[in-house]
Write a protein that binds this ligand. Structure first.
Ligand code: FMN
Length: 220
């Protein structure tokens, strides 16, 4: 294999899409698609633009729902792309062709469903919904020149409650998801993908009993 050095403008190698719901100042719900998210124990770290409406809502209310669309929900995700809940669209987004949208549920053809532990609604059409609270905020790019410093935040949320549809549960277990049935939507270099059917090979990691990871969590 021969490698060449390149300088990509983005490093989006492929991560699941998350539709984050938050509550606006006027108590209406907002939805934002994002995919710079990673998971550890009962935490998720969200990489978000500091000036997005979702970030402002999260910092103010400390609450959100992380809704995971499956790979059939591209039309919904595309309807939300290049929209913002910010009435004053930031200059950078204007240049990228973003527009203000007040009612993201209507725009995306999605249905709000009451949450149990937080105020922002869940998205009924998403097979996975995680109610969560903000527990930590970290500023990224502190090492960069002042124009970009602080433009991106890593927000740590604690998942309080997870809801999944029956179709993706692992038979015989109360708390497990069947990875053969769960089809996350993946964003790779701005394009939308699904996972190929089936495992590429047996996984050595999967020999570890899943419940052993619960020790990392502090449930209330
Ligand atoms: C598939 C997809 C993935 C995205 N990933 C991110 C992301 O990881 N972080 C981010 O800040 N914005 C991401 N965006 C852009 C946000 O959706 C955009 O900033 C949007 O205006 C946020 O909405 P809001 O201003 O109403 O919060 C993504 C957009 C799409 C369509």
């Amino acid at each position: 294999m021969s490698h060449s050095p390149i300088s990509p403008a983005i490093l989006y190698w492929g991560t699941p899409v998350v539709l984050i719901t938050t509550t606006n100042e006027d108590n209406t719900p907002n939805i934002a698609p994002m995919s710079s998210a990673w998971w550890l124990a009962n935490r998720c770290v969200l990489g978000l633009a500091a000036n997005s409406q979702t970030t402002l809502n999260l910092l103010r209310t400390k609450q959100c729902v992380l809704n995971l669309p499956d790979d059939a929900m591209a039309p919904n995700v595309n309807s939300l792309a290049r929209t913002t809940g910010s009435k004053e669209v930031p200059e950078f987004k204007v240049r990228l062709g973003y527009r203000y949208e007040k009612d993201k549920f209507a725009v995306a053809g999605l249905t709000a469903q009451d949450s149990m532990a937080v105020t922002p609604p869940r998205i009924r059409e998403c097979p996975v919904q995680m109610e969560a609270e903000l527990v930590g905020t970290h500023t990224l790019m502190e090492d960069e020149p002042s124009e970009v410093k602080g433009l991106v935040l890593a927000l740590e949320v604690r998942v309080l409650r997870t809801h999944v549809v029956e179709e993706i549960r692992l038979a015989g277990y109360a708390n497990r998801v069947d990875p053969d049935k769960w089809k996350p939507m993946i964003m790779s270099f701005q394009r939308l993908y699904g996972l190929k059917d089936g495992q590429v090979a047996e996984s050595t990691l999967a020999e570890i009993e899943e419940e052993k990871y619960r020790i990392l969590q502090t449930f209330r």
